[in-house]
Design a protein around this ligand. Structure first.
Ligand code: NAD
Length: 437
């Protein structure tokens, strides 16, 4: 099949490369010419494990192409996916749909013959109706169907998630579009990934409901962690103890500095806004958003408390900046708010991240970036582990201790058992484990 992917970011690029890998003919479009030029050379503008070789092999096989031009590719496509960004709109927190609407207009002007237009971007309920209206307004004779097909991949594990998803949700009531979408995803259900068909509005809401539920689960365990510190319980064990119950499950029960990233923060707020607009407020999600917002600066206060109540003039070494490991995505990363709060209290910040430093440099000021954990630990008063990259899981504490002014680890991801770190003469402070002495 001939597929077009509009937007070659985390979702568009991964989906496009995976569809090409399954044998479809894919053209990825983006409006940023420099991005397209580097992709044509096989250079990947983002860090996503396994994506480089997959793009390069499909480019070489001629199944994957990149362009900034809509006209030819859209005219020839069976299916056009919209995978552009839907960030929070400045001012009111609603999803900003201007990129989706712009893409719909461009598609409308270029489409020829029956075309299935698929919103893969995360879009509020009713966006499919609006995309349909825009296309009809722009090109009244067009023969098309608008389908919702939200994406559930996780950055850092995107290829595996795309190729072996728990489910593929497709929202359409058009039998022609359903047939086309079955064909698009046929290679995936050979991997036994179930296709779940439903109405377009239902599909749009499934994506938000899923993200809000996961955000709520994280926030729940974070509040339990705070309680653990007050009552002398261990959140790791509470999480294990409840997670073994299959009705609850063990995923998304890791206490930490609060959720971040390019999806949960904006999608929870957008759902709250949609619900308010429909006079059906979602108080649980509203509270989740509020609790998570306060958590990041609360983590900075935890660091300050661990440092004896004052960090003015102290040097803090931050391990990990991205919102989670195995990505270079710094959007809404908790590290940003934590660093800002620590700088506000007078600390000097050094930081290291395997992939996120370049983006972090643009989003912070006054931070000194180092090339590894040991360099930034030089003379530091505390190490603060913010993102649990694999390379932070087996740190050489003897070596770190020799370099640091104070041997203190604040482990905001509970990577280490306290005893292991304390054995090397460090003081250890985790999340939801025991109160700071
Ligand atoms: P992104 O910012 O990485 O990529 C979006 C791309 O679209 C950019 O390269 C931008 O230049 C391009 N673009 C915007 N308008 C365009 C236009 N009119 N024509 C051509 N290109 C255009 O965004 P992303 O992280 O890939 O997210 C895309 C959508 O997928 C969002 O709605 C997001 O919520 C959703 N989503 C993201 C993830 C994730 O993990 N990143 C997971 C699931 C769903």
């Amino acid at each position: 099949m001939r597929l077009v992917m509009i937007g070659s970011g985390y979702v568009g690029l991964v989906s496009g490369a995976c569809f090409a890998d399954f044998g479809h003919e894919v053209i990825c479009i983006d409006k940023i010419a420099t991005k397209i030029e580097s992709l044509e050379r096989g250079e990947i503008p983002i860090f996503e494990p396994g994506l480089g070789p997959m793009v390069q092999s499909n480019l070489a096989a001629g199944r994957l192409r990149f362009t900034t031009d809509f006209t030819g590719p859209v005219a020839e496509a069976d299916v056009v996916f919209i995978a552009v960004g839907t960030p929070s709109r400045r001012g009111d927190g609603h999803a900003d749909l201007s990129y989706v609407h712009a893409a719909a207009r461009e598609i409308a002007r270029a489409m020829q013959g029956f075309t299935v237009v698929v919103t893969k971007s995360t879009v509020p309920v009713g966006t499919g109706d609006e995309v349909e209206r825009i296309i009809r307004e722009e090109n009244p004779d067009a023969d098309f169907a608008v389908v919702s097909n939200p994406e559930f991949l996780r950055e850092g594990a995107a290829i595996a998630d795309f190729k072996r998803p728990d489910r593929i949700v497709i929202g359409t009531e058009d039998p022609r579009a359903e047939k086309v979408m079955r064909e698009v995803y046929r290679p995936l259900y050979l991997n036994q990934s179930p296709l779940f068909f439903c109405e377009r509005r239902t599909s749009e809401l499934i994506k938000y409901a899923g993200n809000a539920f996961l955000a709520m689960k994280i926030t729940f365990i974070n509040e339990i962690a705070d309680l653990c510190e007050q009552v002398g319980a261990d959140v790791q064990k509470v999480a294990k103890g409840i997670g073994l119950d299959r009705r609850i499950g063990d995923k998304f029960l890791h206490a930490g500095p609060g959720y971040g990233g390019s999806c949960f923060p904006k999608d929870t707020v957008a759902l709250v806004k949609t619900a308010q607009d429909h006079d059906s407020p979602m108080r649980l999600v509203e509270t989740t958003v509020a609790v998570n917002d306060t958590r990041k600066r609360a983590m900075a206060r935890k660091v300050v408390a661990a440092c004896g109540g004052d960090v003015r003039g102290k040097t803090l070494a931050i391990l990990g900046l991205t919102f989670k490991p195995n990505t270079d995505d710094m959007r809404e990363a908790p590290s940003l708010a934590i660093i800002q709060a620590l700088q506000d209290k007078g600390a000097t910040i050094r930081a290291y991240d395997p992939e996120g430093a370049e983006a972090a440099r643009e989003m912070t000021s006054g931070v000194v970036f180092g090339k590894d954990p040991y360099e930034i630990a030089d003379g530091a008063d505390a190490l603060v582990l913010v993102t649990e990259w694999d390379e932070f899981r087996a740190l050489d504490f003897a070596r770190l201790r020799g370099r640091m002014a104070q041997p203190l680890l604040v482990d905001l991801r509970n990577v280490y058992p306290a005893e292991e770190v304390e054995r090397h003469g460090f003081r250890y402070v985790g999340v939801g484990r025991k109160p700071i002495d």
